[in-house]
Design a protein around this ligand. Structure first.
Ligand code: ARG
Length: 585
């Protein structure tokens, strides 16, 4: 970062701009498509209008003004770009020093500047299956939470549990028919889902069931104590199960307040919509038209059904208002797939209310739905419903088997470790395979899941990145044996000027930008892709250069510093993705 700030300062001075504009220039810096063109590029298009000159002329005049200094070795104009070659020794010294002095925080920025991000993710339903969509939302959301926090945002992690709605009518009805106390104790949420599915199926033959369910849900909404007691029990049991899974993944939430928690706020909000003239009655229901503001044909936002029951949309409206009042957020992001219309309706309805009630802040514009594509092929032994817990178990078991197979083929690469440690590694590798798969392509891409591919230690996989990390750790273990890492004097970074060393250093410099892109585009993929490239550039370096067996110990020590810095950055990046960096595999 320091290097980029320095470069931006130099360009700013050449332009004769005030100091406040340095940041804008730093943001514009890019990497040329190939190293022969330079180490850093500054595109001049964006200055053309302001300077009333052609971009290539601007590039030429900047190149002429920028002379060599301790960071910049030379400047050259290439079409519309100002290309800079850096002083490898000095930049390497600076970057490695930065990483060594701030191992845990290298790459951090304060782009959030204290703003609050409310992040709504995971949000499973009680009594409906936890499907792949929840799994992906859990993973993408947890990644985004870490990525934004790393950028200086205050992140509120919201698990807006689906603990209200007509499905409870079905579950309660089914419980009244077939409820089995022992099964509920033993299988908790699995059993509730069975009940729900069974009731739903039966209602196909017997429409009366839907009517019973509807009435039971109304009684719940009206606060019937016996129905409330049942619901509370179902909710608590389900939450226990969710907690176990989140604990296993190391994911925490600031709040588990779900749909039921906004219950008492829904009616007053609907009243506001009516009073402001934003909502209207339609065949007994209450709706807000949104086609006009959205500029496309779309169903109105329904706030209340004709039978008086509140809707999912009404609860989301009330909940968003509550979030704004509580947090005054800078962004309110919902990581949810296949509900684009729902969120468009809710945000548009709120936008209309903002205009009608003349709110001082147009905060509905800060609400955003981050959606994602399908995952095909992820089924488990248990069949169709993708239970997170079952998927995690399967990943762990497969990782263990895969490790055994590899160890049988090449024992040297797989040290004999105590059973407890092997179990921990299998869990971590299984999780890495699953979690990394989700972010190995852009989130809107539909993807096909395949157990064998995601578990490989080669290719673009989570285990490959863990393996690369373990490999680096192995280098340090050997260095200690060779008495190298214990040498008191640190290596001299100025010795690291070979092309592969420089390529690796350039990658290390790019970490912060990759995390920034991930936040801006709401794309953890950007971090994953960066780490894959980092690992590949490292492996290219390591295949070409010796670290420990160098004839000159000074060179060995310098390279060890480079390996250590790479390991630090790889570990930071993996942690942003919720993946455990491993010492052994
Ligand atoms: N529980 C919902 C579902 O499973 C997702 C909730 C998303 N969050 C929200 N505020 N609507 O489909």
């Amino acid at each position: 970062m320091q290097t980029n700030t320095h470069i931006a300062q130099v360009v700013r001075r050449a332009l004769d701009w005030p100091v406040e504009r340095t940041g804008q220039l730093a943001d514009a810096l890019a990497t040329p498509p190939n190293a022969a063109l330079g180490d850093v590029a500054f595109p001049c298009f964006q200055l053309a209008k302001e300077l009333r000159s052609a971009p290539n002329l601007i590039a030429k005049s900047l190149a002429a003004k920028i002379g060599p200094d301790p960071i910049i070795a030379s400047a050259r104009a290439e079409g519309a770009y100002l290309n800079l070659f850096l002083n490898r020794a000095n930049v390497t010294e600076q970057v490695l020093g930065e990483i060594r002095d701030n191992p845990g925080t290298y790459g951090r920025r304060d782009l959030g500047q204290g703003r609050t991000l409310v992040l709504d993710f995971s949000a499973p339903n009680i009594a409906k299956p936890f499907h792949f969509g929840h799994l992906r939302s859990t993973n993408l959301g947890a990644d985004l939470a870490r990525i934004f926090a790393f950028q200086g945002w205050r992140v509120i992690r919201k698990n807006y549990i689906g603990d209200w709605g007509t499905q409870f009518g079905f579950v309660i009805w089914a419980w009244q028919q077939w409820g089995d106390e022992g099964a509920l104790q033993a299988r908790a949420i699995d059993y509730l889902v069975e009940l729900y599915i069974r009731a739903n199926q039966q209602s196909g033959q017997d429409p009366g069931i839907r009517e019973h369910a509807r009435k039971l849900f109304l009684r719940l909404e009206q606060g019937d104590p016996s129905i409330i007691a049942l619901w509370e029990r179902f909710r608590a049991l389900s939450l226990e199960g969710f907690h176990r899974t989140y604990g296993r993944l190391g994911i925490e939430f600031d709040s588990y307040e779900g749909e039921s928690s906004v219950n008492d706020k829904v009616q007053p909000v609907i009243a506001r919509f009516l009073e402001a003239g934003v909502a209207r009655e339609s065949q007994g229901a209450i709706v807000v038209d949104v086609s006009d503001v959205l500029g496309r044909e779309i169903a109105p936002c329904m706030l209340q059904k004709s039978d008086g029951a509140s809707t999912y949309a009404a609860r989301d409206c009330a909940e968003a208002i509550d979030r704004w009042e509580k947090y005054g957020f800078g962004a309110n992001i919902y990581v949810v797939s296949r509900q684009e219309d729902h969120f468009a309706q809710v945000f548009a309805a709120l936008g209309k209310l903002a205009v009608a009630e003349e709110w001082p802040d147009n905060w509905p514009a800060l609400c955003e739905n981050v959606s994602f594509g399908f995952v095909r092929g992820m089924s488990t032994r248990k069949g169709e419903a993708v239970w997170l817990e079952a998927v995690l178990d399967e990943a762990r078991d497969r990782a263990a088997r895969y490790r055994e197979e590899r160890a049988a083929a090449n024992a040297r690469a797989h040290p004999d470790l105590p059973a407890a440690e092997v179990a921990e590694i299998s869990e971590a590798v299984g999780q890495a395979a699953l979690l990394y798969f989700d972010v190995s392509s852009r989130r809107m891409t539909d993807v096909s899941f395949d157990w064998d591919t995601v578990l490989q230690f080669e290719g673009n996989t989570g285990p490959y990145l863990q393996y690369t990390h373990a490999r680096m750790s192995g280098i340090f273990r050997k260095a200690v044996e060779a008495g190298l890492a214990t040498q008191p004097e640190p290596g001299d970074p100025r010795l690291l000027v070979a092309d592969e060393e420089w390529a690796l250093l350039q990658k290390l410099r790019g970490f912060s930008h990759a995390v920034q892109r991930a936040a801006e585009q709401r794309e953890p993929f950007e971090v994953a892709h960066y780490l894959y490239e980092l690992a590949s550039v490292f492996n290219a370096f390591y295949n070409k250069h010796m670290v420990l067996n160098e004839a000159d110990p000074a060179r060995s020590r310098a390279r060890l510093m480079l390996v250590g810095s790479t390991r630090t950055v790889l570990a930071s990046g993996l942690k942003l993705l919720g993946i455990r960096p491993l010492e052994y595999m």
